[in-house]
Design a protein around this ligand. Structure first.
Ligand code: NAD
Ligand code: IPM
Ligand code: MN
Length: 367
């Protein structure tokens, strides 16, 4: 049988830096666990624009649709800020999500014991935190029509449209209920049904889907209150399901509960392919971090943990995913820190590459 296939799209800024560390981990699994992948690499974002004049080449899109899973670093950066909107690096990422139909974006926020002091919140509020945000990823205001900047009288108007069909809400909700069933059976749905019709429909459909999951305790919260509750008492949540834009914002917010945006992985999942695996792309929640690019300061853990999610959700390798997560936890418990995780006196940060090496050493020690 051929090896499972992985398409790596390092992208821009710190994307290639953190992806180099994931490469070390992938190599380790091939060498030491007989878990080899057929890895190919291609361009996305600004890197693709520089080479082809578009943020995602059609050939790359076609490859992404063929492989078992895609791993993406990050896209964007100031160099591309003035490009026409249609070719901005972010459009490449959004095209991948849309054409792969990756409607369910899993963004776990877990606070490792060793980092409980690093959150901007008090330790007892975040210690032991383990929540999962399910962000709808292929619809809502990111994709709704009409959109654009138009002339209106003697001025211009910028328009985006929040639009959700019942089936779009239903499939995202279903994936969140399924996850809740495998966790603590608590689901909180967030929208703004008090001011948005799409929110009213969202609440109605999520409630209806909930009838199929009587064991799951379902609650509803306005998303603004949800943001406040996330920083007031985040441990009240188990799984949160929300739309594309609220999910983007709430997950960055949740990231800081874990100590750093450099810690948060994600899995973007679609419908099952012929082989039964979901179409999937794995990417850290953070961006290309232009302020630290090229300095060896980037934390590769979010990207490495995204590969752990690939092992779990695309390759049925839950035990190996646990092994990788445990290796990360061990390295943090040993006091190894990249610069974004500093706070303790007298700790010298390690570089991106050193963090990757330490995680590989911890994997070796796990054998
Ligand atoms: P960002 O996530 O790139 O950076 C926000 C802050 O977090 C910065 O101070 C950065 O240094 C820090 N940071 C992020 N990741 C880190 C890591 N792994 N280790 C250490 N520190 C880290 O967000 P931004 O500055 O708002 O956006 C920069 C660019 O990235 C923009 O072009 C944006 O569109 C893009 N972006 C891309 C993605 C993606 O590719 N998925 C996600 C978010 C933003
Ligand atoms: C994210 C990013 C993206 C988003 C951008 C880069 C398109 O912020 O993945 O969280 O807004 O979804
Ligand atoms: Mn974001």
């Amino acid at each position: 049988m051929s090896n499972p296939s992985l398409l790596i799209l390092p992208g821009d800024g710190i994307g290639p830096e953190v992806m180099a560390e994931v490469r070390k981990v992938i190599t380790w699994f091939g060498d030491k666990r007989d878990l080899a992948f057929d890895v190919s690499e291609d361009l996305v974002g600004g890197a693709a624009y520089d080479a082809h004049g578009v943020p995602l080449h059609d050939d790359t899109m076609a490859k992404a649709l063929e492989v078992d899973a895609v791993l993406l670093g990050a896209v964007g950066g100031p160099k591309y800020d003035d490009l026409d909107f249609s070719v901005k690096p972010e459009r490449g990422l959004l095209r991948l999500r849309k054409e792969m139909d990756l409607y369910s974006n899993l963004r776990p926020a877990q606070c490792f014991d060793a980092l409980a002091d690093f959150s901007s919140l008090k330790k007892d509020i975040v210690a032991g935190l383990d929540i999962m945000i399910v962000r709808e990823l292929t619809s809502g205001v990111y994709f709704g029509e009409p959109r654009g900047i138009f002339e209106e009288g003697n001025e211009r108007v910028g328009i985006n449209t929040q639009r959700y069909t019942e089936s779009e809400i239903e499939r995202a909700a279903r994936s969140a209920f399924e996850l809740a069933m495998r966790r603590n059976k608590k689901l909180c749905s967030m929208e703004k049904a008090n001011v948005m019709e799409s929110g009213i429909l969202w609440r109605e459909v999520v409630t209806r889907v909930g009838a199929d999951y009587p064991e799951v305790e379902l609650s509803h919260m306005y998303a603004d209150n949800g943001a406040m509750q996330l920083v007031r008492a985040p441990k009240q949540f188990d799984v949160i399901v929300t739309d594309n834009l609220f999910g983007d914002i709430l997950s960055d917010c949740a990231a800081m509960l874990t100590g750093s945006l450099g810690m948060l992985p994600s899995a973007s999942l679609g419908a099952p392919m012929d082989n039964g695996r979901p179409k999937a792309m794995y990417e850290p929640v953070h961006g290309s971090a232009p302020d630290i690019t090229g300095q060896g300061k980037a934390n590769p853990i979010a990207c490495i943990l995204s590969f752990a999610m690939a092992l779990r959700y695309s390759f049925d390798q839950g035990a190996e995913a646990d092994r990788l997560e445990a290796a990360v936890e061990q390295v943090l418990a040993d006091g190894v820190r990249t610069a974004d995780l500093l706070g303790e006196e007298g700790v010298t940060p390690v570089s991106t590459g050193e963090m990757g090496d330490c995680i590989v050493a911890a994997l070796d020690a796990s054998l």
